[in-house]
Design a binder for this molecule. Structure first.
Ligand code: OAD
Length: 224
């Protein structure tokens, strides 16, 4: 039995048809993140932000987990003690059968009231005028961590990475902190799995480059 901490990013869901952010044709080449992924953007134009996340939610519902999600779920169910940390706001790890996923950037399927802090399951389509089911204010937003906000569960995540004998980052460009800095907390071995070297590739002991649907199942099979 080994303690393993895994950090996933958009690259793990790319082959399920969900766009990444920074690749060629990525979401941040089509949208300005200041408009759709900051509290200031939401204050300026909540309808635009809801439209953006409504479209992401629709894509997510249509997508299915791929071989990388399946392999990680298999690993999580094995004798190894796995902490699965994701930057992804989709639910493909859960739908692959991972029971305990740490969503550090929130979730598309959850809604949050900016007024009373209540959280609930998001409808497929959210509108800025919809009342909060708890306080009735029209202050609902997707439960997504935007730039300038603090990611969720950071204490638990830092502990899991420190305690792990192996830290693995999969499908992330390592351009966004604090996720990109987690590798610095690792005391065990570190492995990067990605299409190409990330911005923090030099911080990892080992690398495996290639599509997640090929590299992740092969890595998991070798481990089990
Ligand atoms: P990025 O789009 O920045 O990076 C995706 C990474 O996945 C890149 O390094 C790609 O080379 C790699 N990749 C693409 N296709 C792949 C495949 N089939 N197999 C393996 N790797 C592949 O996405 P993230 O690093 O997840 O935050 O982005 C981090 C955060 O920035 C997101 O959580 C989001 C975004 O802004 C917020 O919106 C708050």
């Amino acid at each position: 039995m080994m303690k393993i901490a895994i950090l996933t990013g958009a690259g793990v869901s790319a082959e399920s048809g969900l766009g990444t952010f920074r690749d060629k044709d990525g979401l941040w080449t089509k949208y300005d993140l200041n408009d759709v992924a900051t509290p200031e953007g939401f204050a300026r134009n909540p309808a635009l932000v809801h439209d953006f996340y409504n479209a992401r939610r629709a894509n997510c519902v249509d997508a299915t987990p791929n071989a990388a999600h399946d392999a990680l779920a298999q690993l999580a169910e094995s004798a190894h003690e796995v902490a699965l940390i994701t930057q992804n706001v989709d639910d493909l790890h859960s739908r692959a059968g991972c029971l305990d996923v740490i969503h550090m950037h929130g979730q598309l399927r959850r809604a949050l009231c900016a007024q009373c802090d209540a959280r609930w399951d998001a409808p497929l389509v959210m509108h800025p005028d919809d009342p909060c089911p708890f306080c009735a204010q029209a202050t609902i937003r997707p439960d997504i961590v935007w730039f300038g906000e603090v990611p969720y569960h950071m204490d638990k995540i830092a502990q899991a990475v420190e305690d792990a004998a192996l830290f693995v980052a999969i499908g992330t460009s390592a351009e966004v902190y604090p996720a990109a800095g987690l590798v610095e907390l690792a005391r065990g071995k570190t492995l990067e799995i990605n299409l190409e070297p990330s911005a923090r590739a030099n911080a990892f002991d080992e690398h495996r480059f290639g599509p997640a649907t090929e590299v992740v199942p092969a890595w998991v099979a070798a481990l089990l």
